[in-house]
Write a protein that binds this ligand. Structure first.
Ligand code: SF4
Length: 443
């Protein structure tokens, strides 16, 4: 076995786990294959937060059997934790199954594979190796850093506490060392990751996310620090103060509300009310008026009435999120909500989703249009997806900005862009100031 290819599904945690998988496989002497059809080992790093992604993985296993019949398939991620041994029965090509709590043991699994075994490594234990030192990062400008793993919230619709285990925070000193290493290698923006990141507590000092964020923002050479995902129930004033007071903390916050109706929030076990959420948003906006907020919504949670849905739309109109990630309810195995009734009919869910997207697209377009004529500071990520003569980057508030290259700037530079046009999902403009090349700080 000489080459590998990793396919990633799902959230940032999975994208970051794939960096860890790639780092481990490289360390074992395997080389990345240029395409999935040429790899000896194909790793599917899976997501099970909704049902469709699970079906996608099952059909992907079948498709890989036709596309690359000689390859061995390794399944990692949340579907691996959920399905475990059952995945071995899906195809003889499946060589190992590794849940998120055991990702760092992938080299052990590959070794076992070469001895004819088909290991299944799942579950969580405090002693498991995390492999944070063997991460292979592709991005030159951004680095993801795990802060807290797992989740203790047990929202009734969510499979994460079952597939990613209970909360486990890393030591603050260890996190800061990793961030300093990233800054010294030229990374400009660090994204701190956790399913409920604001539940972070350093196991050594007891420091919370506000302390960590302030210390991370103080690391020399870094331009921006961001963090995801926050639970509204753990959002303290100390965190608001750091966001408002530190120029390096991103002007963007993802704050999932899930529903704007109290009866639905109660059945979801979110443990905040609509009024509490709106009061929190008010405090954040008063402290940091330029902040760009995004959220998650589940449409058609069991028992959601038309009035409940109207309450959600009302919250969207009041808060005016820059981005909304909305999905129809998907019952997940082992979760209480999978047994809840009455289910909302599929056609009602899809009609509500369409109505919701009409509102959210209008609002995000209006918010983007407010920036036309203004100059925004953009960190260049790479080529624009649609046009290689243009750059794509993100402003300080996470908005995507596309603009023509001039030949004088490069990936990782910061440029000032005069915004000329706005769509629902991005801005377009031209460079108005020279590129700022930030010095790399020696380790
Ligand atoms: S807070 Fe709720 S939705 Fe988020 S990961 Fe935890 S259980 Fe899932």
């Amino acid at each position: 076995m000489r080459t590998f290819f990793v396919e990633t599904y799902g959230c940032q945690m999975n994208q970051h786990d794939s960096e860890l998988i790639e780092g481990q496989l490289r360390r074992q002497g395997l080389e990345p294959a240029p395409a999935v059809g040429e790899a000896d080992l194909v790793v599917l790093n899976t997501c099970s937060v909704r049902d469709k992604p699970v079906q996608k993985i099952i059909s992907r296993i079948g498709a890989l059997g036709r596309l690359n019949p000689a390859a061995t398939i390794g399944i990692c991620g949340c579907v691996a934790e959920q399905e475990a041994e059952r995945l071995l029965d899906r195809s003889p090509a499946v060589g190992f199954v590794i849940g998120p709590g055991q990702t760092a043991r992938i080299r052990e699994a590959v070794r076992a594979l070469t001895q004819g075994e088909r290991p299944v490594l799942t579950g969580f234990d405090a002693e498991s190796e995390h492999g944070f030192t063997t991460i292979f990062r592709k991005s030159e400008t951004r680095g993801m850093v795990t802060v807290i793993e797992g989740c203790n919230e047990f929202c009734t619709f969510c499979i994460v506490p079952y597939t990613r285990g209970r909360e486990s925070s890393r030591r603050l000193t260890e996190i800061l060392d990793e961030i300093r290493d990233l800054a010294s290698s030229g990374v400009r923006e660090v994204e701190l990751l956790g399913q409920t990141i604001n539940a972070y507590r350093c196991p050594e000092s007891g420091a919370g996310l506000a302390t960590l964020l302030e210390a991370a923002a103080g690391v020399e050479g870094l331009l921006r620090v961001r963090f995801i995902t926050s639970h509204p129930r753990h959002f303290g004033q100390d965190l608001i103060d750091v966001i408002a007071g530190h120029p390096k903390v991103f002007r963007y916050l993802h704050l999932p509300i899930q529903s704007g109706a109290d009866p639905v929030l109660a059945r979801m076990h979110r443990r905040y009310t609509r009024a509490e959420y709106l009061e929190l948003v008010g405090r954040i906006r008063r402290a940091a008026p330029d902040i760009n907020l995004s959220t998650d919504i589940i449409v058609g949670f069991p028992g959601e009435t038309e009035d409940d849905f109207a309450a959600t739309i009302d919250v969207l109109e009041r808060v005016r999120f820059g981005q909304v990630f909305a999905f129809g309810f998907s019952p997940r195995p082992r979760t209480p909500a999978a047994r809840y009734r009455p289910r909302v009919a599929e056609e009602v869910v899809s009609d509500r989703l369409q109505r919701l997207f009409a509102v959210t697209d209008r609002i995000s377009r209006e918010l983007n249009e407010e920036l036309v004529g203004r100059v925004v500071e953009v960190l260049i990520d790479g080529d624009s997806r649609r046009d290689p003569t243009h750059w794509q980057g993100r402003g300080e508030d996470n908005r995507v900005v596309n603009f023509p290259k001039t030949g004088r700037e490069a990936v990782g530079d910061v440029v000032e862009v005069a915004v000329e046009r706005a769509g629902a999902h991005s801005l377009a403009g031209t460079i108005s100031g020279g590129a700022v090349r930030l010095p790399v700080i020696a380790p």
